[in-house]
Ligand binder design. Structure first.
Ligand SMILES: Cc1ncc(COP(=O)(O)O)c(C=O)c1O
Length: 353
């Protein structure tokens, strides 16, 4: 495999003179700050937010580095992991010329981001048990293929993708392989961050939106080679992570024990939901899950979905998605929420099936 990052990069990005913010030019914390046109009197809120935050989130990255065992220089933080996905297109994909490979059914934002950036998507479907077709994927690439997006555990199917097959892509593709691990904390396998040293073309994406319970704060992570991370940092908006988010997450990280506890509870509830669903004769299939949701197949799924909404139980209808005909995706809730869902489901199905 011949990986040449400079060849992959869009030429105008290589030559870009990035914006330098006030907080780039002077990084000290003490002084009379008259450099960023801020309000010197404070904020209208109880807590002050009048100063711009650290553009590179150094303190937060140090802390993330301890937990994730990845050097801070190999960590990019985005306004949700969706920001990292979008920046990859902007850095590497020339509109109207380059292409990326998507493996449906998978997370919808890869395609939306590609469309926004006017990038061709080449699709190689997963198998019926939602695994890769590695040879076919490599066969679909050409010299204009820049990125392959792999999601593991995969959304919306919930399964983990075979590790050896992801490694095959990493070894045989000359572009970047993104491994989106939004649901890694619910998996029983280690993250691909352990393989960063071996593969310069690997970019692992994770998020604080799932296991950490911080979806509203919008904080996503990308882990990759120093060189790839440097490129993402050069093109990101200067203050892409708010001071409030940086502070809150920094504090939350010393409470990692609570995250582990919540993960354990979600895993117990996933099993509870699965067992209860297995007892329902109208459920045709429950797909194996290594995430915090279950994909289930049943007759008339769209009707069931609509009736569930009438009962004020909201799940995700995936019936129109490739290989997910008649499937609903159920996020694992608390015991009360799961019981409410099961009760509503039984009631609804007695009417629709
Ligand atoms: C696979 C996958 N990647 C990324 C995301 C986006 O996460 P974030 O909230 O960090 O933007 C999601 C959200 O559902 C997801 O399912």
């Amino acid at each position: 495999m011949n990986f040449d990052l400079t060849k992959l990069l869009r030429p105008h990005i290589a030559e870009l003179q990035p914006y330098t913010s006030a907080r780039d030019e002077y990084t000290g914390k003490i002084g009379v700050f008259l450099d960023a046109n801020e309000n010197p009197y404070g904020s209208i809120t109880d807590q002050d937010y009048n100063r711009y935050p650290d553009p590179y989130q150094q303190e937060l990255k140090e802390k993330i580095s301890e937990i994730k065992k990845v050097d801070p220089s190999q960590i990019f933080l985005g306004n949700g992991s969706d920001e990292a996905i979008d920046l990859l297109f902007r850095a590497f994909c020339n509109p109207g010329k380059d292409n990326v490979i998507l493996l449906p059914p998978t997370y919808g934002m890869y395609e939306v981001s590609a469309s926004i950036n006017d990038i061709e998507t080449r699709k190689v479907a997963l198998t019926s048990d939602f695994q890769l077709q590695p040879e076919k994927i490599i066969g679909a690439t050409d010299e204009r293929s820049k990125i392959i997006f792999v999601c593991s555990p995969n959304n919306p199917s919930g399964n983990k993708v075979k590790r050896e097959e992801i490694r095959f892509l990493l070894k045989n593709f000359t572009g970047i392989v993104v491994v989106d691990e939004a649901y890694i904390d619910f998996n029983d396998e280690p993250s691909f961050t352990t393989e960063l040293e071996e593969f310069p073309n690997l970019l692992v994406i994770q998020t604080f939106s799932k296991a950490w319970g911080l979806a509203s704060l919008r904080l996503g992570m990308a882990f990759g080679s120093k060189e790839i991370i440097r490129i993402l940092n050069r093109i990101k908006p200067p203050y892409n992570i708010s001071g409030l988010t940086q502070e809150t997450v920094l504090k939350a990280m010393s409470n990692y024990g609570k995250v582990k506890k919540m993960i354990q509870e979600i895993l117990i509830e996933r099993e509870f939901l699965k067992e209860r669903l297995e007892q329902l004769p109208f459920i045709q299939h429950i797909f194996p899950s290594h995430a915090n949701f279950l994909l289930i197949k049943m007759p008339n799924a769209t009707e069931v979905y609509n009736e569930l909404i009438e009962q004020k139980v909201i799940v995700r209808n995936r019936s129109k998605v490739l290989l997910c005909e008649d499937c609903l995706r159920i996020s694992v809730g608390t015991r009360n929420e799961n019981e409410a869902f099961l009760k509503a489901l039984k009631k609804v199905v007695s009417k629709t099936v």
